[in-house]
Ligand binder design. Structure first.
Ligand code: 13P
Length: 337
């Protein structure tokens, strides 16, 4: 088994999932502003180091996605952040795109940038301890979007990135995210997500990416946040599974969902239902940012020196997500702290 397959397996095994802590400095400022904590390098490190040294890192977290600033920081014990994560048995990862910019030729859509100089940056990240990478393509959804241009340009970039990541000895997370914003129905989300994912795999094939050494990070199939449609967790799970079984090649070892703005419990409940019904060969787990960190961030903001209390809040969330990744979660467990 090649090294890449082993890394992917290590990240995804036994109900483990991914902690997406790769918020850019701009996004992290928004998160910290929302809880009235000043966004500076020290505070960003304190919060992240708190999470990365929590008990649940060992049992629940298979990988952590870092941002450029964080992978270069040292802990209070003067260890590198990658060392801290590796010591808990998790794999350090890194976001390598440089963000989504307006797409020429489209009024409202974006293209993710960062291919120029990527080969050199990947070498640097490998030296810093990263063994997997992330690149996120974003797709607006409406009657006219995503356009063919956005679907094709983002798939092309994702595939070129994935090929370079594998060349550098790292597992690429391929993240095509169809956004939740909008009035669209779940059926529209199903159709557009299917088209987007299918196109990504066409491009990954052209770019000779070894799918066994990749992880897909998609959105779940949900109605838009401004739609009046309400669907049950069972319907979310059925539509999500159908979409993925029809469009993801079976060589892909695992699928790690983004939370995309769902509440912590919604994201957990939906993942659980997906696993209860999962009759595919794919491991289905989480790669959550907000749905793993929201409560912990809120708790921490009240007293940024309360490390232990913050870790307990995070540990609970990570445990719930890991149960959901095995189809063993139930609402009653949410109060069993
Ligand atoms: P959310 O789970 O908050 O959507 O973040 C996951 C992520 O990494 C988005 O790129």
């Amino acid at each position: 088994m090649s090294e890449l397959y082993k890394i992917a397996e290590k990240i995804l095994q036994n109900g483990k999932g991914i902690l997406a802590a790769d918020e850019s400095t701009g996004t992290m400022k928004k998160r910290l502003d929302s809880v009235n904590v000043e966004s500076n390098e020290k505070n960003r490190l304190i919060f992240r180091e708190t999470l990365f040294s929590s008990n649940s890192m060992k049992e629940c977290i298979g990988g952590v996605i870092l941002y450029d600033e964080t992978i270069r920081q040292k802990t209070s014990q003067n260890k590198s952040i990658s060392e801290l994560i590796s010591e808990s048995g998790a794999v350090p990862g890194i976001k390598v795109d440089t963000g989504a910019k307006m797409l020429a030729g489209s009024k409202e859509e974006k293209i993710t940038e960062g291919l120029d100089g990527l080969r050199e940056r990947l070498k640097d990240y490998y030296q810093l301890g990263a063994r997997f990478t992330k690149w996120r393509g974003v797709y607006v959804i409406s009657e006219t979007y995503p356009s063919k241009l956005s679907i094709s340009a983002n798939a092309h970039a994702l595939a070129r990135y994935a090929a370079l990541a594998q060349e550098a000895g790292m597992v690429p997370i391929v993240e095509p995210e169809v956004l939740m914003d909008g009035k669209h129905s779940a059926k529209d989300c199903y159709n557009k997500t299917s088209e987007v994912i299918k196109r990504c795999y066409d491009e990954l094939d052209i770019n000779k990416v070894d799918l066994k050494g990749t992880i897909l990070k998609p959105n779940m199939i949900l109605p838009g946040t401004n739609s009046n449609e309400k669907i049950s967790n069972i319907e979310v799970a059925e539509m999500t599974l159908e979409c993925l079984k029809n469009n993801v090649p079976s060589e892909v070892p695992g699928i790690a969902f983004l939370s995309g703005g769902q509440t912590e419990v919604e994201a957990t409940n939906n993942l659980n239902q997906i696993n209860v019904k999962n009759d595919s060969s794919f491991i289905m787990t989480y790669s959550y940012g907000r749905a793993l960190q929201q409560s912990a961030l809120k708790f921490w903001s009240k007293d940024i020196n309360n490390i232990k209390g913050t870790q307990e809040v995070f540990d609970h969330r990570a445990k719930m997500c890991t149960l959901a990744a095995q189809g063993k979660w139930s609402e009653g467990l949410e109060n069993s702290k």
